[in-house]
Design a binder for this molecule. Structure first.
Ligand SMILES: O=P(O)(O)OC[C@H]1O[C@H](O)[C@H](O)[C@@H](O)[C@@H]1O
Length: 546
């Protein structure tokens, strides 16, 4: 029996008690509910009062965190212990953004290496930005194409998109991840070889898709500029694999290094962030790191009841383990955060999408949810129907930014932003309050509806309410706020991994498919089962048909 079990039993009982509770009543009863159930880091405010919790529930959840030793696991992470046991690695992405302090792996300092690479990245990015980095024909770079996948794509792509107003106007940023050649084709459309910089980003420098895209990019480039010496001006690499980079034909002088203690999905703070740095410049990149560093410090020092990542982690555990929630919606009310949900899909689902605990036994409780979402208000006109009236319980994060960043300025920005924020708040209110039959009836009667119409329509216009949401509010989407927000999710996911007793930092689940794809390419894979054999035969026919 786990020492968490007695607390879990109490939480189960509380979940039963909730069958008679409604958030509408709790808000009516407690004028302080917002103050009691919100926390902040600086001006990043997290309002979790519209969640299905009372003080009793929160206290039990805090007990759960304590019993799972969240604080000691957190300290082990920051101390550089090899908590990624299956790969025997430290988990030190926090060192990449640290403002100072001491971070070691196997007793050696890691900060000096981080600073040295940051200096090289900064110098290189500065040259690309100010135009002193010249291409093969002496022109400055206009297009940057990052070739990478998973963690070597999603983080830099999401952040570069989110920091749109901070981007360098001459530099057009593209991200190619899919091995479908259509993706590279799109990025190369209209590109001039002598004005294009390719960043080949791969921790391992063996990832099939990235290597295939990098080879094709090199072939495209060499067709246009056959001089082998030109490669050094147009191709740089970001990797932990020096040999692989040299073998590919990139001068290691043009390689930006990182280390095995940086997990792919936690790597945007490392040299993998080079496209971000090139696009927004050092000051803004450093502000992004600072936001994350400040969240790290908060995570390290804030007591559990005020600790944002712990609070969010516990709320997720509450819904997944005790309310049978299977998904979690991320709804940024900021178009520039449109890629945040897909970024968080990898962060959360690749970290905690596991069913074997650290001790090699089956996990005791359900683990990571399906993470999904779209920017508001778009989602309201698509899937919010299900959030409001569907059968599953879907906790949702609403990310709200007070000031818009359109650059159009003036009244238009204010008017649009007013609409956007009103919609975000209205959604959380509607989910929480719901709408009872009596209210619907009264409104319809006042509008002149007869008894037959009421009978036909009222049940369909009822909203149960009592549907949980968390609102994260910030003044504007600055690099600092974005850094803090990403680190908040990183640590939330870590807290959940600790409570579920799983290692959030390996990803064995992605291996089998890679191996089988290799077998299928080699022609040995189709013999394993009739479905694959049948599909292969059809595929062979289709690809050869005229
Ligand atoms: O950076 P790379 O070594 O090319 O890896 C790219 C990605 O592919 C792997 O399969 C993992 O699932 C990801 O965690 C990783 O980010």
């Amino acid at each position: 029996m786990s020492k968490l079990d007695p607390i879990r039993e109490k939480l189960k009982a509380r979940r039963e008690a909730w069958r008679k509770l409604h958030l509408r009543d709790l808000f009516a009863k407690d004028q302080q509910r917002f103050q009691n159930f919100s926390a902040r880091l600086g001006d990043l405010v997290v309002d979790y009062s519209k969640n299905l919790i009372e003080i009793t529930d929160l206290k039990l959840l805090h007990d759960l965190a304590k019993a799972a030793e969240v604080e000691s696991w957190r300290d082990r992470l920051f101390a550089g212990e090899h908590i990624n046991t299956t790969e025997d690695r430290a988990v030190l992405h926090v060192a990449l953004r640290a403002k100072g302090g001491a971070f070691t792996d196997r007793g050696s300092d890691v900060l000096s290496g981080i600073r040295a690479v940051q200096e090289r990245m900064r110098a290189f990015a500065e040259q690309v930005r100010d135009g002193t980095w010249r291409g093969a024909t002496g022109k400055p770079i206009r297009r940057v194409i990052n070739i990478g996948i998973g963690g070597s794509d999603l983080g830099p792509k999401m952040v570069t998109a989110a920091l749109r107003p901070y981007r360098h106007s001459r530099l057009d940023m593209h991200f190619v991840s899919n091995v479908d050649l259509a993706h590279l084709d799109q990025a190369l459309k209209g590109a001039e070889a002598d004005e294009t910089l390719f960043i080949i980003s791969s921790k391992t420098f063996t990832t099939q898709e990235t290597m295939a895209n990098a080879m094709s990019a090199k072939a495209w480039f060499s067709e246009r500029i056959p001089d082998p010496a030109a490669i050094a001006k147009h191709f740089v690499a970001v990797s932990t694999n020096t040999k692989g980079v040299s073998a590919f034909g990139i001068d290691t002088a043009n390689m930006f290094e990182f280390w095995d203690w940086v997990g792919g999905r936690y790597s945007l703070w490392s040299a993998i962030g080079l496209p971000i740095l090139i696009s927004v410049g050092w000051e803004n990149f450093r502000a992004l790191l600072d936001g994350a560093a400040d969240m790290d410090q908060h995570f390290r020092t804030a007591p559990i009841p005020e600790n944002l990542p712990v609070i969010l982690g516990l709320l997720g555990v509450w819904y997944i383990d005790f309310w049978d929630a299977q998904s979690h919606a991320v709804l940024p009310y900021a178009q520039d955060l449109q890629l945040l949900p897909s970024y968080l899909q990898q962060l959360d689902m690749e970290s905690n999408g596991k069913s074997v605990a650290r001790n090699g036994k089956p996990a005791e409780m359900p683990t990571a949810p399906v993470v999904w979402g779209e920017p508001g208000t778009n989602g309201q006109h698509a899937f919010h129907q299900l959030l409001h009236q569907g059968t599953p319980l879907i906790p949702a994060d609403f990310i709200v930014v007070a000031k818009g960043q359109t650059g159009l300025g003036g009244k238009a920005t204010d008017a649009h932003q007013g609409l956007l924020v009103a919609n975000a708040l209205a959604q959380t209110q509607a989910l929480m309050l719901g709408r009872e039959a009596a209210e619907v009836e009264a409104e319809m009667k006042a509008a002149g509806a007869d008894a037959a119409t009421l009978a036909r329509v009222v049940p369909f216009r009822v909203f149960s309410g009592n549907r949980p949401s968390t609102t994260m509010l910030m003044p504007s989407l600055t690099p600092w706020h974005l850094g803090a927000l990403i680190a908040l999710y990183e640590h939330k996911i870590f807290v959940q991994g600790v409570i579920w007793g799983i290692n959030s930092f390996d990803q064995w689940g992605v291996e089998l498919g890679k191996k089988l794809a290799t077998d299928i390419l080699a022609g040995t894979g189709a013999t394993r089962d009739a479905s694959t054999a049948g599909l292969m035969a059809l595929y062979d026919g289709m690809k050869n048909s005229k």
